[in-house]
Design a protein around this ligand. Structure first.
Ligand code: SF4
Length: 515
């Protein structure tokens, strides 16, 4: 039986917990006395507690994040009632700030704030120093809140050997080349993470090679600004390019206004669909950008988008945020339309969250920011956008994800706006769809297509045959062959017979965007 169990509740099974593997890799001699036990938020807290107790540990280390803090609180409350002698040690971004206000912190024995990769081993060594009740030792040896010093990467063991063969076969493999961000966007936790630190490149490339040798095909880099250190970014891109095989897929986050020629060359050498760039735009309103300390060069940003869409096969996932201080519906709409014109394959319309510790809170009074007190702490209303309008925008975001981002309606989505404003036209569709369905989830694809056909042909009076053919071309792109009855009468016989397939070696959603 292990003395230490490292655990967390992932958002989905497919997300392997990167943080736990870092903690495990840096446990030193204690590694032999530890195990990792991962769960996901769809499991019942009492069942998770049962499985943790079955291992009979003396210490349980929990990774706490915005997506799991509510169910993790329930798990820990159960553990503390059944086995109060087990020491509970928390870590993770959700418990690194505002600790005095949190129920989960109250229940735990220790909380390590900041990057706990090395500190966790130190705390466990103290808790397990002798036989007996580790919880009592926690109370006598450590303050409840234990700040971790920023670890130096040269002292950190890299965790990649801890990905099991099962992880490699079925889950997303996370990697990182750096931590921290030099920018200061006030809504973002990474703005507090200075200075930026790089993983020593030779050691990282060595680990990436081992993962490739073990059959990893899809890598997700968690670096907040992959394109910050151009030499490192280029070296990593060239490394993957030299080893590229069909089915390889690499995801990076980048700031949009920084893409020097040297990076452009490497990026454009990748085959279509092999690279995904997550590009945070967040707002096109310069005044809002100034208020939240996010300054970007919009001319360069647009230039970079045009390059990426025109000269490369990169899949762009661009982010915009609704609800920032100073942003009106109209200025958000203008930014959305501007982004649509730049043609990213996906636009994530995010609702502003007040993450614990972030400086966005300084605007609360002036901009009358009202947030949901429960995770994920999304904005409910502010001075410029009332609650009812925010709800409409929330539905817009949800439906945009189902229609604009899913890859199921690549050719059909632009029919919603034809020559008008994408934002206002999509909002009309969004409100119409909500009035018809009264829901924003669990709408089957066929039903959604049928509703779209009705909206486009009756509400916007478009030609039935043209709409049917466009929807049908989208439907077949997903490799489907059954014939939607509601539009059979409008499709030529030969169109129904012909087939088209999306690439099957890429993640499903991205594959539909590769024509
Ligand atoms: S939003 Fe992006 S650029 Fe801004 S602080 Fe966060 S990680 Fe850095």
């Amino acid at each position: 039986m292990p003395d230490i169990v490292l655990t967390t509740l992932n958002a989905k099974y497919i997300h392997a917990a990167f943080g736990l593997r870092y903690l495990m890799a840096n446990l030193g001699d204690l590694q032999a006395r530890a195990c990792i036990a991962e769960f996901d938020i769809n499991q019942r807290p009492v069942d998770i507690a049962e499985q943790l107790l079955a291992r009979n540990p003396r210490v349980i280390g929990f990774g706490i994040y915005i997506w799991n803090v509510a169910p993790a609180t329930e798990v820990i409350a159960t553990l503390k009632r059944v086995r109060p002698d087990i020491a509970i040690v928390l870590g993770g971004p959700e418990v690194s700030y505002e600790t005095s206000e949190q129920k989960i912190v109250e229940l735990a024995d220790c909380v390590i704030t900041g990057e706990g990769d090395l500190k966790f081993a130190e705390v466990c060594a103290g808790l397990l120093a002798n036989e007996g009740d580790a919880r009592l030792r926690a109370n006598s040896k450590f303050p409840k809140i234990i700040p971790a010093e920023l670890p130096d990467f040269s002292r950190l063991a890299l965790p990649y050997d801890l990905y099991t063969d099962d992880d490699i076969a079925h889950r997303i493999i996370y990697v990182e080349a750096s931590r921290g961000c030099p920018f200061t966007c006030e809504f973002c936790l990474s703005s507090l993470d200075v200075p930026v630190r790089q993983v020593p490149l030779p050691a990282l490339l060595d680990q990436l090679q081992r993962l490739l040798d073990r059959g990893v095909k899809q890598f997700k880099f968690v670096d907040r600004t992959f394109n910050l250190n151009v030499n490192v970014s280029k070296a990593i891109l060239e490394f993957f390019l030299a080893r590229y095989q069909p089915g390889h897929f690499f995801h990076f986050e980048m700031v949009p206004d920084r893409l020097p020629e040297t990076l452009r060359e490497s990026i454009s050498a990748f085959p279509p669909g092999a690279l995904q760039l997550e590009v945070g735009v967040q707002t096109f309103n310069e005044e809002v950008g100034g208020l939240i300390k996010r300054r970007q060069n919009y001319d360069r940003l647009e230039e970079n988008f045009r390059f990426l869409r025109g000269k490369t096969g990169v899949h762009i996932h661009a982010d915009l945020i609704i609800g920032l201080p100073g942003e009106t519906v109209e200025s958000f709409a203008a930014g959305f339309d501007r982004l649509v014109a730049l043609g990213p394959q996906e636009i994530q319309v995010g609702i502003l969250k007040r993450l614990r510790g972030t400086p966005i809170a300084r605007h609360d009074v002036e901009w009358q920011m009202v947030y949901n007190p429960h995770p994920p702490y999304e904005i409910l209303q502010n001075k410029l956008i009332d609650f009812a309008t925010m709800q409409k925008l929330r539905r817009f975001a949800r439906y945009w994800d189902m229609v604009g981002n899913s890859g199921n309606f690549i050719a059909s989505t632009p029919l919603i706006w034809r020559d008008g404003s994408p934002f206002h036209s999509f909002m009309r569709w969004s409100e119409w769809l909500h009035a018809k369905t009264r829901r924003t989830d669990s709408i089957a694809l066929m039903r959604l297509m049928e509703l779209m056909f009705e909206f486009l042909t009756i509400e916007t009076r478009q030609d039935r045959r043209h709409v049917a053919e466009t929807l049908w071309s989208d439907y077949r792109r997903g490799g489907r062959h059954d014939k939607p009855g509601f539009m059979k009468d409008y499709l030529p016989v030969e169109a129904i017979k012909s087939e088209s397939k999306s690439r099957t070696d890429l993640p499903k959603r991205q594959a539909r965007h590769v024509v």
